[in-house]
Design a protein around this ligand. Structure first.
Ligand code: ZN
Length: 127
């Protein structure tokens, strides 16, 4: 994810992203991560859920992998839903997409079927 969008998520969800994990996925999943983190934090703030802390956020075999803990049953469900939904959202632009393979699995719309994403952005520094 671009440093600009990564910084936005770090600033919006300082507790979930307290470890400043590298966001190893494309900008097309920004809204998915934004709504997931919002829902996870809302469960903590308003319903007494545990504070989720993310350890690993990346693309894996075309889908989102959101490694985090601790989480209650609702929060685990939110994470599963977001991971499942990622396989329908183009990782490049956020339009409707599908996971394509078989050699190189990625989730893309038709326009970005052959677009590569470089996941080598370093995390923005702590500020
Ligand atoms: Zn696209």
């Amino acid at each position: 994810m671009s440093p600009e969008l990564t910084t936005q998520l770090y600033e919006r969800y300082p507790l979930i992203l307290a470890r400043r994990p590298r966001l190893g996925c494309g900008d097309g999943w920004f809204d998915l991560l934004d709504t997931l983190c919002w829902s996870l934090q809302n469960e903590t703030t308003h319903n007494g859920g545990p504070q989720v802390i993310a350890s690993e956020i990346r693309e894996k075999i075309g889908g989102l992998r959101f490694g985090a803990g601790p989480a209650n049953e609702y929060q685990r469900g939110m994470i599963q839903m977001a991971e499942a939904t990622s396989s329908r959202i183009c990782e490049v632009c956020g339009d409707r997409g599908k996971t394509i393979g078989p050699e190189w699995f990625r989730t893309r719309c038709e326009a970005h079927a052959h677009s590569e994403i470089h996941h080598d952005h370093a995390s923005p520094g702590l500020s």
